[in-house]
Design a protein around this ligand. Structure first.
Ligand SMILES: [Zn+2]
Length: 112
């Protein structure tokens, strides 16, 4: 399961951040998950419960901030939602655009 390795990495990283802060335990981890990151939030949630066992994050909850996929059309300066499955087509000028602005995020943005 792909999400388990990601959840393990999140637990390790958050644990290091907490140690750097001098904290022994973490009560919440916030992660930004892009629509196109390939991560299913529900699966990540479940994997996190497995991965956190026996770590400084044993009592932590995972807060997922979904990031919608958005692309940019240079000629008409239009930002538009790509959607899922992704469809890179500018609705303003009816031309293809593949300049992705957001949607691939997979990062810890905060621990508490
Ligand atoms: Zn356009």
């Amino acid at each position: 399961m792909h999400e388990l390795s990601i959840a393990t990495a999140i637990v390790e990283q958050a644990g290091e951040l907490a140690r750097a802060d001098g904290a022994d335990a973490v009560s919440a981890v916030t992660v930004r998950v892009g629509e196109l990151s390939g991560v299913v939030p529900e699966a990540l949630d479940f994997a996190f419960e497995v991965a956190r066992d026996g770590t400084a994050l044993a009592g932590a909850r995972l807060v997922v901030e979904p990031v919608p996929a958005r692309a940019w059309c240079e000629p008409c300066a239009e930002e538009f939602a790509v959607g899922m499955p992704p469809f890179f087509w500018c609705p303003a000028c009816d031309r293809p655009s593949t300049a992705l602005r957001s949607g691939r995020e997979l990062e810890i943005t905060g621990i508490a």
